[in-house]
Design a protein around this ligand. Structure first.
Ligand code: CTP
Ligand code: MG
Length: 247
């Protein structure tokens, strides 16, 4: 079977502040999305790539990507995204086509610097028989669980209800790798605004959706450079990592 990649890139990047959609912000002068596509195309296992673009800018994203050639084994589609990450991934999956694809990776455009070794490790674990594989790292901050936000303002002190043992916690990254049928079924069944920040019960990653359906999910070692560009400080870090690579 072949391995396809879905790259959700349709978010606005609200936490990054005003400006172009996050995936189109430059990093070392090249849009973050181009870095992310190249990072995935670097894995020799990858064939079809589906980029899920902001719905109002599909032609713009298409022509942007056409200006950055990829290896011949890679085919590229650009499709419009939805209002949540989950909806965007569902739309991307539906555009994979190719019946020979049996493994799908989902990779955030907002993780432009993921090393190829991480991509290859995820693919290898899925090919070895795991239906859902997620790269992850131990958390370095202690994490507190707080009471539900109802009735509290954003600046009000938050009551702590629990402190989960840090040693048992992992922070997850992408690419997350799946048996294609398992992932497609999970996304087709998800109608709950999963990933919507307004829905505290929503799954914020694909593996969460699959896990809820009783499918076993395993973690493999992630990489520090697979961090997500979310806030302005992350952009500074990404620029520094990129500069270090090119010396
Ligand atoms: N994403 C998407 N469609 C959406 C929302 C998010 O394709 N409706 C994508 C983003 O483009 C990003 C990935 O999902 O590559 C991870 O989401 P996140 O880091 O939250 O990006 P944004 O939603 O753009 O950022 P923010 O939440 O700060 O607005
Ligand atoms: Mg978001």
């Amino acid at each position: 079977g072949r391995t396809a990649v879905v790259i959700p890139a349709a978010g606005r990047g609200v936490r990054l502040g005003p400006g172009a959609p996050k995936a189109l912000r430059p990093l070392g002068g090249v849009p973050m999305l181009v870095h992310a596509v190249r990072a995935m195309a670097r894995s020799t296992s990858v064939g079809p790539i589906v980029v899920v673009a902001p719905a109002d800018d599909v032609p713009g994203v298409r022509s942007l990507l056409d200006g950055h050639p990829l290896p011949d084994r890679v085919t590229l589609r650009v499709v419009p995204g939805g209002d949540t990450r989950q909806e965007s991934v569902r739309l991307g999956l539906a555009a994979v086509g190719d019946p020979d694809v049996d493994v799908v990776l989902v990779h955030d455009a907002a993780r432009p610097l993921v090393p190829v070794a991480t991509v290859d490790a995820v693919v290898a674990a899925v090919r070895a028989g795991a239906p859902a594989v997620v790269p992850a790292l131990p958390v370095t901050d202690t994490v507190k669980q707080v009471a539900p936000a109802a009735g509290r303002g954003p600046e009000d002190p938050e009551p702590v209800v629990a402190t989960p043992a840090r040693a048992s916690l992992r922070a997850v990254q992408t690419p997350q790798g799946f048996d294609r049928a398992v992932l497609t079924a999970a996304h087709d069944a998800a109608t709950d605004g999963a990933g919507d920040p307004g829905d505290p019960a929503g799954a914020t990653d694909c593996a969460g959706l699959v896990e809820r359906r009783g499918v076993p999910v395993v973690l493999v070692r992630g990489h520090e450079e697979a961090f997500k560009v979310t806030r302005p400080l992350d952009l500074l870090l990404a620029e520094a990592v990129l500069a270090r690579r090119s010396v």
